[in-house]
Design a protein around this ligand. Structure first.
Ligand SMILES: O=c1ccn([C@@H]2O[C@H](COP(=O)(O)OP(=O)(O)O[C@H]3O[C@H](CO)[C@@H](O)[C@H](O)[C@H]3O)[C@@H](O)[C@H]2O)c(=O)[nH]1
Ligand SMILES: [Mn+2]
Length: 574
């Protein structure tokens, strides 16, 4: 990678630009802070004079809400101090260097074939297999925490369809490489290919969809749909005692680039199914555990220096995305060695009308990260993030070596040996349920444990170790995902997020203590702000009931005259 990096030194690969709002933001923060502090002062004075009256409870509640709101507002300011926007120039990466481009391991996580239908996984997998990147350098790993033969079946079907789909996309300049999105868009009609070609591939897709969806509906894979001997052997692993919570490791190499070719005879990306071992007696650490198992299995099989993590509902919307990422990884000017990850925003398709549950989270996913990017980088959001594999093994200057040399990020792997018994045995071994016992996985190495919001904790600790992150936010969405569309799922998700964030806030790694010490006050505040998110519930609940209670008790909530005019106006305007 070093030689490649130098070759690009003459051409700019990206350009950061400070937001024009930076100075006005800073001035406004000072004005607003003065007003807010004065208001809090008045609250305190009023409160102490009221301690003997019947209104103490209402006034205290009001005071508490305003203190919480002030804390939230104060920490928000850290995002407004140095927001930046970035542009990348992937066209400046020379075409001749294709052979030297770094390989990419793509991780796709799925956990339940009924909540996350295999057809969605299939679409996500096909969309990344279709990256505009040398196919021999892409390996797609699917982690199936649901341990379901239905998901494996979907992937086997995806591989067969992919042999037609990938050349079709290449030959017809299809940009939407997620088949479902392509067939649903009007581009399918405008494409340069002939109508009969489109009809043919569409029929093929629809018949695959029917087979996969039928299997899900029946809850089993029909014998007549299993074609090869290899497949039959794979499905035999689902024995009677095989359950979702209790089963051995299943690793199935569905496509192996060096031998599996598409219908034009071109190389296809590797496609590997992994269901790590699950036992009721071992902790599995949910998604964080699944990702760590994939980091190890992929280290044994391909060990690519770049890792992309995706949730199974997040499909690629732009095949150029890996080239954008290289603009940062290969950049000779910035301290590119210290760039540990490049995060794309989560953007959503299929949110319900008017987004009644507010699931788009624009501030969280698209606005606040601009501010973090100007400091040390955005937080990891669990999907749409390219990591340098090395970042999972200690800080840029302090390598933490894994317990096995084969897992080391600089270990060279013979890609052709994927099928050898020795390699496969080792891959199975590193995915066993008690493999991590007495190792540093989850604590010093890999994705971090101890919270249900493993994403935010991981990037935070990576930054504390000295890594930087980049927020890459091109106009054309790099990825599209799904958001919950019913109240039950929203509440479930938010409860999980809130628990995870509080676990970080009150841990020994609290951003307000540990964080400020290692990444500075502004970055500490950005993570602090994120972990404070659950306590929004305090002022919201109080303000929901307070006006009514105040009315009944004859307490005036707002200033009666111009007395507070000066401090209240800037706050309302703000
Ligand atoms: O035991 C588990 C549980 C979940 N997952 C996968 O994790 C992903 C995210 O889970 P989901 O139930 O969709 O959670 P969300 O709340 O929608 O996820 C958001 O929040 C998570 C952190 O709480 C991040 O990891 C996700 O990337 C982010 O999209 C999905 O692909 C799952 O298949 C597993 O692999 N194993
Ligand atoms: Mn999700």
């Amino acid at each position: 990678m070093e030689t490649l990096r130098r070759r690009f030194s003459t051409k700019p690969l990206h350009k950061p630009e400070l937001s024009r709002l930076t100075i006005p933001n800073r001035i406004f923060a000072v004005v607003y802070a003065t007003a807010a502090v004065t208001l809090l002062y008045h609250h305190t004075v009023t409160l102490s004079s009221l301690f003997t009256t019947k209104n103490t409870k209402i006034s205290s509640a009001l005071f508490l809400s305003d203190v919480v709101l002030f804390l939230i507002w104060l920490t928000t300011q850290s995002f407004r101090m140095k927001p930046i926007h970035r542009n990348e120039f992937p066209q400046n990466i020379s075409k001749e260097s294709e052979k030297e481009l770094p390989a990419i391991d793509v991780f796709v996580c799925t956990a339940d074939p009924y909540k996350e239908p295999p057809m969605n996984v299939v679409n996500t997998v096909l969309s990344v297999m279709g990256f505009d990147y040398p196919a021999g350098k892409v390996s797609v790993y699917v982690s199936d925490d649901g341990g379901s033969d239905l998901s494996l079946f979907g992937l086997i079907e995806a591989a067969k369809f992919g042999a037609h789909w990938l050349p079709f996309c290449r030959e017809n300049d299809v940009v939407e490489r997620c088949p479902e999105a392509y067939f649903a868009s009007s581009n399918a009609n405008l494409s340069s290919s002939s109508t009969s070609d489109i009809e043919k591939i569409k029929t093929m897709y629809e018949s695959m969809k029917v087979r996969v969806e039928n299997a899900v509906e029946m809850g089993k894979v029909c014998d007549e749909n299993i074609t090869g001997e290899d497949e039959r052997k794979a499905f035999k692993k689902w024995t009677d005692g095989f359950t979702r919570q209790d089963h051995p490791t299943v690793i199935q190499v569905i496509l192996h680039g060096s031998k599996d070719k598409d219908i034009r005879g071109d190389v296809m990306p590797n496609l590997i199914y992994v269901a790590r071992e699950k036992r009721r007696t071992s902790l599995h650490h949910f998604k964080a555990g699944a990702l760590n198992a994939l980091i190890r299995v992929s280290a044994i099989l391909t060990n690519s220096p770049i890792i992309l993590t995706l949730d199974c509902d997040t499909y690629s919307n732009d095949p150029q995305t890996p080239m954008r990422v290289l603009c940062y990884i290969l950049d000779p000017k910035i301290e590119s060695q210290k760039v540990g990850y490049i995060q794309f925003p989560q953007r959503f398709r299929g949110i319900n009308k008017n987004d009644i549950y507010g699931c788009e989270h624009k501030r969280l996913y698209s606005i606040n990260p601009l501010g973090m990017d100007g400091l040390l980088g955005p937080n990891y959001v669990g999907t749409g993030c390219f990591f340098r594999r090395r970042a999972f093994f200690g800080g840029p200057l302090k390598f933490v070596s894994p317990e096995m040399i084969e897992l080391s990020p600089d270990n060279v792997v013979d890609n052709k040996a994927i099928h050898s018994k020795q390699v496969m045995d080792l891959a199975h071994y590193v995915a066993t349920s008690n493999y991590e016992d007495k190792t540093q996985w989850g604590y010093k190495v890999g994705i971090r444990y101890g919270t249900t919001s493993e994403d935010i904790l991981t990037s935070y600790l990576l930054q504390c170790e000295g890594w930087k992150g980049i927020f890459c936010n091109p106009n054309k969405a790099a990825f599209y995902g799904d958001a919950p569309i019913n109240l039950f799922d929203v509440l479930n998700q938010q409860k999980r997020w809130a628990t995870g964030l509080l676990q970080i806030l009150f841990s020994k790694y609290s951003p307000f203590t540990f964080g400020i010490k290692y990444i500075g006050i502004l970055m500490g505040f950005t993570y602090g702000h994120n972990t404070l998110w659950p306590i929004w519930s305090i002022p919201i609940t109080i303000y929901a009931f307070l006006p009514q209670l105040a009315l009944l008790n004859g307490v005036s909530l707002f200033p009666k005259c111009a007395q507070y005019f000066l401090e209240v106006t800037p706050i309302y305007v703000g």
